[in-house]
Design a binder for this molecule. Structure first.
Ligand code: PGA
Length: 263
């Protein structure tokens, strides 16, 4: 099986006008010129308002959304349906980012429902899990991750589970410039493999991509991605610089090619 890496940019509540979005997109186009990515999927998640503008990006970048409401249509004032996203060319959707857990009080049970809804509408969920600083200090990382994963993935078929992307985002690492060590990330990778093998089977567990997110910068990309057996990264602040995202894609493309030749 050929190895694919992911670089996901979460633009959060940034780009304050259509003009800023246009400018961002043209910078991105310029950075991508003449570059080919065969083993890396680039995904950008802009605010809803600008999603259609992002159709102008080359095929090596796909559109993702930062959130959605898990119903197809109806009386849900202010919400966006997964079908609207799909019909607008969105392929991926972030589920349960810690900022939404905090601001919108999203619970694991709600995220389970959202994951099922995304899959039903043929969107690939990028499910965020991760412990708080307090939980980490109390040595509860494994327990917290197991609990989140067990609830969010419950009742999914093996086929469904295999298409989900997980983003391990320790909450204490988001927006803080603090990072887990490669060793700590490897432990999380092994734990997730074990949990998914128990819930589904070894083959499915291998198919579930796991990304790292939290204060990612291109300078230390290897240490938080392939050196920790992660399948890529979810990038917040640095995704506001297309140059950085494309640079990360380049590093991972090179690594995937290297791994392929080694095999
Ligand atoms: P950050 O955000 O890269 O700015 O730390 C990461 C995230 O929220 O996914």
């Amino acid at each position: 099986m050929r190895k694919n890496f992911y670089v996901v940019g979460n633009l959060k509540m940034n780009l304050l006008s259509r003009e800023e979005a246009t400018q961002y997109i043209s910078l991105f186009q310029r950075e991508l010129q003449g570059k080919r990515f065969e083993r890396v999927k680039g995904i950008v998640c802009p605010p809803f308002l600008y999603l259609s503008q992002f159709d102008n990006l080359p095929a090596s970048i796909q559109k993702g959304a930062q959130n959605f409401f898990p119903e197809k249509s109806g009386a849900y004032t202010g919400e966006i349906s997964p079908l609207m996203l799909k019909n607008d060319g969105v392929e991926y959707v972030i589920v349960g980012h810690s900022e939404r857990r905090r601001i919108a009080c999203e619970t694991d049970a709600m995220l389970h429902n959202k994951t099922l809804s995304a899959l039903k509408h043929h969107l690939i969920p990028i499910v965020c899990v991760g412990e708080t600083d307090e939980e980490r200090r109390a040595d509860e990382t494994d327990r917290v991750l197991a609990e989140q994963v067990k609830i969010i993935f419950s009742s999914l078929s093996k086929l469904q589970a295999g298409t989900v992307i997980v983003a391990y985002e320790p909450r204490w690492a988001i927006g803080t410039d603090r990072l887990p060590t490669t060793e700590e990330l490897l432990q999380v990778r092994v734990l997730l493999l074990k949990l998914f093998t128990e819930m589904f089977d070894a083959q499915t567990a291998e198919r579930i991509a796991v990304l790292y997110g939290g204060s990612v910068k291109s300078a230390f990309l290897p240490a938080v991605s392939f050196e920790a057996r992660m399948d890529g990264v979810l990038v917040g602040r640095e995704s506001l610089f297309p140059y950085e995202l494309v640079k990360m894609m380049g590093v991972l493309e090179y690594e995937a090619e290297r791994q392929e030749q080694e095999r």
